[in-house]
Design a protein around this ligand. Structure first.
Ligand code: KG4
Ligand code: ZN
Length: 333
């Protein structure tokens, strides 16, 4: 079964073809990073307009790469929630139109669950649920007990900033480019993660929720304090702040994942979302799980950040469960 996936929840326009839920035939990602660069974050109106221009060319290229024609598509999957409402509408309207035209089923996919599914594209049937899933992206930070590809019980989520958002804001403060996550990771390699004792926001004991806005403010105060004393910060001082901030975030993410595992002893941990690209997070989680009979799964970077392959793949499992969407289905921001 060939499913065409469409993803336009934020600032990536993506189309992909996946066969039987697991075989990646093509995955075209057209990023808008360049358009949002000078604003230091995604501007929804600009994102929308860019999706309008990019979505059909992305579909064409996805079909071309998969060496098929539109008529060979058996179903269309699209991410309908959560995301920027205008951006979601572009993908959804395109998907509805194509499904209507081809007279094939339409599958509405949850973008966050698709991020978790991304590991299934990499590991295939060797990834078996249930798992504890840590979703870390620019818009979300959540821990799930994932019972199957399509069923995810929310155990905890961020009360304020998402972890990727915190990375992006701290990067902006430090004068680094957007998106900030990869930049922080890059310069943190030159820094000492123990240089600045930033707070670890655990919330009340036992909580599986997250809060990163206080940590972000602590970075701001530390930065301003240093600036007052020294004027311009040296490269090493900036690297130390980046490394110490990253370490505080990773400590919290790793420890909360371990706590979730203690409560729900499953055999696998899945890491997903843009921040799952972060090698410090990957390595520290892998280390923490070394002495427990739990396998860690994460996708390659191209499937960590927003992409339509994860949407098409999860769409197949929604299809198997007969969760077909009607042409009246709506986007939810
Ligand atoms: O999943 P994603 O592509 O979009 C959302 O659904 O939000 O995630 C984008 C986020 C951005 O905040 C970006 O800074 C962050 O992922 N990110 C990283 C890294 N690569 C991307 N954060 C930390 N370290 C990285 N290597
Ligand atoms: Zn995402």
């Amino acid at each position: 079964m060939l499913i065409l996936g469409i993803e336009t929840t934020c600032d990536e326009t993506s189309a992909a073809v996946v066969e039987d839920g697991l075989i990646l035939r093509s995955n075209i990602v057209s990023t808008q990073e360049r358009l949002h660069l000078r604003f230091g974050g995604v501007v929804p109106e600009i994102a929308c307009r860019a999706h309008v221009e990019a979505v059909l060319p992305a579909v064409d290229r996805a079909l071309e790469d998969a060496r098929i024609i539109l008529r060979e598509i058996d179903a269309i999957a699209v991410a309908t929630t959560p995301g920027l409402i205008g951006a979601l509408l572009i993908g959804l309207t395109s998907a509805k139109t194509l499904a209507w035209l081809l007279k094939v089923p339409l599958l509405a996919v949850n973008h966050l669950h698709a991020h978790i599914f991304a590991s299934k594209l990499e590991f295939g049937h060797s990834l078996q649920f249930p798992t504890i899933s840590l979703l870390v992206s620019g818009g979300h930070t959540s821990l799930y007990l994932s019972q199957s590809e399509t069923q995810h019980l929310l155990l905890g989520a961020t009360l304020d900033d998402a972890v990727g958002e915190a990375f992006d804001k701290v990067a902006k403060l430090l004068g680094l480019a957007y998106p900030g996550g990869p930049e922080i990771e890059r310069i943190a390699q030159e820094g000492d993660p123990t240089a600045v004792p930033f707070p670890r926001p655990y919330l009340e004991p036992g909580s599986l929720d997250f809060s990163f806005s206080g940590l972000k403010t602590a970075v701001l105060y530390h930065y301003q304090g240093l600036q007052k004393i020294k004027g311009r910060l040296s490269k090493k001082e900036i690297a130390d702040i980046a490394a110490s901030f990253q370490e505080a975030v990773v400590d919290v993410l790793v420890n909360k994942t371990l706590l979730a595992l203690e409560r729900h002893p499953v055999k696998g941990v899945v890491l997903g979302g843009g921040v799952a690209c972060n090698s410090r997070l990957r390595n520290r989680l892998a280390q923490a799980l070394e002495n427990v009979p739990v396998r860690l799964y994460y996708p390659p970077p191209v499937l960590c950040t927003d992409n339509a392959a994860m949407v098409a793949g999860l769409g197949y499992y929604e299809y198997l469960e007969k969760n077909l969407a009607s042409l009246e289905v709506e986007a939810v921001a």
